[in-house]
Design a protein around this ligand. Structure first.
Ligand code: FES
Ligand code: FES
Length: 140
Protein backbone atom coordinates (compact mmCIF):
# COMPACT_ATOMS: atom_id res chain seq x y z
CA UNK A 1 0.00 0.00 0.00
CA UNK A 2 1.54 3.31 -1.06
CA UNK A 3 0.84 6.72 0.43
CA UNK A 4 1.46 8.39 3.75
CA UNK A 5 2.05 6.51 6.97
CA UNK A 6 -1.00 8.01 8.60
CA UNK A 7 -3.32 6.62 5.94
CA UNK A 8 -1.54 3.27 5.90
CA UNK A 9 -2.02 3.05 9.66
CA UNK A 10 -5.67 3.95 9.26
CA UNK A 11 -6.19 1.15 6.73
CA UNK A 12 -4.46 -1.39 8.95
CA UNK A 13 -6.52 -0.25 11.91
CA UNK A 14 -9.78 -0.69 9.99
CA UNK A 15 -8.57 -4.09 8.79
CA UNK A 16 -7.71 -5.28 12.29
CA UNK A 17 -10.65 -3.60 14.03
CA UNK A 18 -13.40 -3.47 11.43
CA UNK A 19 -16.20 -1.01 12.25
CA UNK A 20 -19.80 -2.16 11.97
CA UNK A 21 -18.70 -5.75 11.52
CA UNK A 22 -21.57 -8.17 11.96
CA UNK A 23 -25.14 -8.63 10.93
CA UNK A 24 -28.39 -6.69 11.02
CA UNK A 25 -31.32 -9.08 11.23
CA UNK A 26 -34.04 -6.76 9.91
CA UNK A 27 -32.02 -5.01 7.21
CA UNK A 28 -33.88 -3.36 4.35
CA UNK A 29 -31.62 -5.25 1.98
CA UNK A 30 -28.57 -7.49 2.06
CA UNK A 31 -26.17 -8.08 -0.75
CA UNK A 32 -23.03 -10.12 -1.17
CA UNK A 33 -20.33 -9.54 -3.74
CA UNK A 34 -17.19 -11.32 -4.70
CA UNK A 35 -13.97 -10.27 -6.34
CA UNK A 36 -13.83 -12.93 -9.04
CA UNK A 37 -10.04 -12.61 -9.30
CA UNK A 38 -9.39 -13.86 -5.77
CA UNK A 39 -12.71 -15.09 -4.37
CA UNK A 40 -12.75 -12.53 -1.56
CA UNK A 41 -16.25 -11.60 -0.45
CA UNK A 42 -18.12 -8.84 1.30
CA UNK A 43 -21.69 -9.11 2.49
CA UNK A 44 -23.47 -5.95 3.55
CA UNK A 45 -26.73 -5.28 5.39
CA UNK A 46 -28.24 -1.84 4.92
CA UNK A 47 -31.16 -0.34 6.82
CA UNK A 48 -32.98 2.57 5.18
CA UNK A 49 -35.20 5.09 6.91
CA UNK A 50 -39.00 4.88 6.54
CA UNK A 51 -38.97 7.01 3.39
CA UNK A 52 -36.31 4.71 1.95
CA UNK A 53 -34.12 7.59 0.89
CA UNK A 54 -31.49 7.71 3.64
CA UNK A 55 -29.16 5.03 4.99
CA UNK A 56 -29.60 4.58 8.73
CA UNK A 57 -27.43 1.58 9.58
CA UNK A 58 -24.84 -0.54 7.87
CA UNK A 59 -23.21 -3.80 8.87
CA UNK A 60 -20.84 -5.96 6.89
CA UNK A 61 -18.89 -9.16 7.11
CA UNK A 62 -16.35 -10.54 4.77
CA UNK A 63 -13.23 -12.36 4.07
CA UNK A 64 -10.39 -10.86 2.14
CA UNK A 65 -7.35 -8.70 1.81
CA UNK A 66 -6.59 -5.66 3.96
CA UNK A 67 -7.68 -3.17 1.31
CA UNK A 68 -11.05 -4.80 0.60
CA UNK A 69 -11.91 -5.23 4.27
CA UNK A 70 -10.64 -1.82 5.39
CA UNK A 71 -12.53 -0.23 2.52
CA UNK A 72 -15.72 -1.98 3.68
CA UNK A 73 -15.16 -0.82 7.24
CA UNK A 74 -14.52 2.79 6.23
CA UNK A 75 -17.44 2.76 3.82
CA UNK A 76 -19.75 1.37 6.51
CA UNK A 77 -19.06 4.54 8.53
CA UNK A 78 -19.28 6.88 5.56
CA UNK A 79 -22.65 5.48 4.43
CA UNK A 80 -24.52 6.08 7.68
CA UNK A 81 -26.73 9.10 7.10
CA UNK A 82 -26.00 9.21 3.37
CA UNK A 83 -28.84 9.42 0.86
CA UNK A 84 -29.43 6.49 -1.47
CA UNK A 85 -28.92 8.93 -4.33
CA UNK A 86 -25.45 9.82 -3.06
CA UNK A 87 -24.64 6.14 -2.58
CA UNK A 88 -25.55 5.43 -6.18
CA UNK A 89 -23.35 8.34 -7.31
CA UNK A 90 -20.20 7.11 -5.56
CA UNK A 91 -17.41 6.11 -7.90
CA UNK A 92 -13.94 4.60 -7.64
CA UNK A 93 -12.31 8.00 -7.14
CA UNK A 94 -14.49 8.62 -4.08
CA UNK A 95 -13.40 5.27 -2.67
CA UNK A 96 -9.72 5.94 -3.37
CA UNK A 97 -10.06 9.39 -1.75
CA UNK A 98 -11.68 7.74 1.27
CA UNK A 99 -8.79 5.28 1.58
CA UNK A 100 -6.27 8.09 1.20
CA UNK A 101 -3.53 5.94 -0.33
CA UNK A 102 -2.24 5.19 -3.79
CA UNK A 103 -4.02 2.13 -5.13
CA UNK A 104 -2.27 0.25 -7.90
CA UNK A 105 -4.45 -0.74 -10.88
CA UNK A 106 -4.20 -4.36 -9.67
CA UNK A 107 -5.77 -3.45 -6.35
CA UNK A 108 -8.58 -1.19 -7.56
CA UNK A 109 -11.00 -4.11 -7.55
CA UNK A 110 -10.11 -4.73 -3.91
CA UNK A 111 -10.73 -1.09 -3.05
CA UNK A 112 -14.12 -0.81 -4.76
CA UNK A 113 -15.60 -4.20 -3.80
CA UNK A 114 -17.55 -2.83 -0.81
CA UNK A 115 -18.81 0.17 -2.75
CA UNK A 116 -20.08 -2.12 -5.50
CA UNK A 117 -21.79 -4.38 -3.00
CA UNK A 118 -23.63 -1.43 -1.44
CA UNK A 119 -24.59 0.06 -4.81
CA UNK A 120 -25.64 -3.26 -6.32
CA UNK A 121 -27.69 -4.04 -3.22
CA UNK A 122 -29.51 -0.72 -3.52
CA UNK A 123 -30.03 -1.02 -7.26
CA UNK A 124 -31.41 -4.54 -6.96
CA UNK A 125 -33.66 -3.52 -4.06
CA UNK A 126 -35.08 -0.62 -6.06
CA UNK A 127 -35.49 -2.82 -9.12
CA UNK A 128 -32.90 -0.97 -11.15
CA UNK A 129 -30.80 -4.04 -11.75
CA UNK A 130 -31.29 -7.77 -12.35
CA UNK A 131 -30.11 -10.12 -9.63
CA UNK A 132 -28.07 -12.16 -12.05
CA UNK A 133 -26.16 -9.26 -13.53
CA UNK A 134 -24.27 -7.54 -10.76
CA UNK A 135 -21.51 -5.03 -11.30
CA UNK A 136 -18.96 -7.14 -9.46
CA UNK A 137 -18.98 -9.40 -12.50
CA UNK A 138 -18.55 -6.60 -15.00
CA UNK A 139 -15.13 -5.60 -16.14
CA UNK A 140 -14.80 -2.04 -14.97
FE1 FES B 1 -5.56 -9.54 -6.67
FE2 FES B 1 -6.92 -7.70 -5.37
S1 FES B 1 -7.65 -9.22 -6.67
S2 FES B 1 -4.79 -7.95 -5.51
FE1 FES C 1 -9.12 -10.17 -2.97
FE2 FES C 1 -8.17 -7.84 -2.48
S1 FES C 1 -7.04 -9.62 -2.91
S2 FES C 1 -10.24 -8.38 -2.66
Amino acid sequence: IGGSDMYRQQILDHYKNPRNYGEIEDATFTHVGENPMCGDTIEMDIVLDDDEDTIEHVAFRGDGCAISQASASMLSEKLQGMSVEDLEALDRDDVIDMLGVDISPMRVKCAVLAEKVAQDGAEIYFGEKDLDKTRTEEDD
